[in-house]
Design a protein around this ligand. Structure first.
Ligand code: SF4
Ligand code: SF4
Ligand code: SF4
Length: 382
């Protein structure tokens, strides 16, 4: 007979979340002055609220499109259905059967049953597609990259449509910078070679059916156990901001590695060094600090979620006189821009290829912090 803890654990495991929120990574949770609202703007169902050091995600309102997980610069929002790994596995299998053509279709396109379901991978919405999976396929030498939509104009989640175009443009810019001719194609019909006329027998539980069924089963189970879980939640003391941010004993904020971006860099490295000297991207940023205005407060290094901006080593006088910056670690979250009281930081979305692939950080020398006026200096001034 399971005890209460077992039941709560099962309920939590079955909770029908399409997205896991690692809230300590969110720039708004880290600092209430951060302006990022990309997830809120991208979500077609109002499932996310952000503000005042809080990120709230409603599993009930979520329609599992994945749009928020693609636009979040800090990878706070992690897709659970399908996971990136599952998506990569299913496309790898489909790609072999489709002779090297990698095709992704949304659930609406798949529901038309006009193509062999074994030869493409299905996602709830094409808004789930992002650079690491597509660039990974390019690095594996696929002959085509195709996204098949189900006529977004009439889809009830059509608000995701511009986001899908933005992803296609982002990947195509990277491919162009690489100097290869492969491009992501977006179509409203399956490629000819995948189409079938007689679909009977090919469709058991389709992948769409699988995801939908899994969602329904999980939702039912979660709902049945919700009362117990709720009771347990109410008994819990609300965690402090410090706990939610997973601060260490010294009060430092945690930093993380942006895994999807690392996969994109790996893929670019496999394809070959980009031929473009610089390119525009939403994935990485180029930080400039106006050292004339900088007060050397190091706030940017404290709040940067990835450590792209960090303090240099202490000099012989025991003080830090410089900041180091790594383009490859910068996720273009603009936290540093938002929190700098002197407004001396700018983040550009044009990155240089040599900076991106350079493992040595750029060193930015800072001015001496102004001396605080003390009693004696005040007396002298009089
Ligand atoms: S997956 Fe889609 S519906 Fe769910 S929270 Fe993210 S953007 Fe909103
Ligand atoms: S960092 Fe991510 S989760 Fe936080 S507000 Fe921006 S998009 Fe949303
Ligand atoms: S350097 Fe600035 S924009 Fe880049 S990750 Fe750090 S805080 Fe975000």
């Amino acid at each position: 007979m399971p005890n209460l803890n077992d039941i709560v654990e099962i309920a939590e495991a079955l909770e029908s979340k399409a997205v896991f929120a690692a809230e300590e990574r969110c720039v708004v949770v880290r600092n209430r002055n951060a302006k990022c609202r990309k997830c809120v703007e991208a979500c077609p169902s109002g499932a996310i609220e952000v503000g005042g050091n809080r990120l709230t995600y409603s599993a009930r309102a979520c329609v599992s499109c994945g749009a928020c997980t693609v636009v979040c610069p800090t990878e706070t929002l992690i897709p659970m259905r399908p996971l990136d790994e599952d998506l990569a596995t299913s496309i790898a299998q489909a790609c072999v059967l489709a002779d090297g053509t990698a095709v992704f279709a949304c659930a609406r396109a798949a529901a038309k049953r006009t193509a062999d379901p074994n030869r493409y991978a299905e996602v709830p919405c094409l808004a789930r597609m992002e650079e690491s999976v597509l660039m990974g396929l390019a690095a594996h030498g696929v002959s085509r990259l195709v996204l098949v939509d189900g006529t977004c104009k009439t889809c009830k989640y059509r608000a995701c449509n511009p986001g899908i175009d933005a992803t296609v443009a982002s990947v195509n810019t990277l491919l162009e910078a690489e100097g290869i001719s492969l491009r992501v194609e977006r179509m409203s019909e399956f490629p000819e070679e995948l189409r079938v006329e007689e679909t009977t027998g090919l469709f058991g539980v389709s992948r769409r059916g699988f995801f939908t069924q899994a969602k329904d089963v999980a939702k039912d189970a979660a709902e049945k156990a919700a009362v117990t879980a709720l009771k347990k939640e109410l008994e819990k003391k609300a965690p402090s901001l410090r706990d939610r941010l997973k601060m260490n004993d010294k009060g430092s904020l945690p930093q993380f590695n942006a895994m999807r971006r690392m996969h994109v860099l790996d893929a670019m490295d496999t394809i070959g060094m980009p031929i473009a000297d610089a390119f525009e991207t939403r994935l990485w940023g180029n930080v400039q600090i106006d050292t004339e205005k900088c007060s050397s407060c190091f706030m940017c290094t404290t709040f940067c979620p990835t450590g792209a901006l960090r303090k240099s080593e202490e000099a012989e006088d025991g003080k830090v006189h410089a900041i180091e910056f790594s383009t490859a670690d910068c996720v273009q979250c603009r936290m540093c821009e938002d929190i700098c009281l002197k407004k001396c930081i700018t983040v550009s979305d044009v990155v240089s290829t040599s900076d991106l692939f350079d493992f040595e950080p750029r060193v930015i020398e800072l001015p001496e912090p102004p001396k605080k006026a003390g009693l004696i200096s005040n007396l002298k001034r009089r």
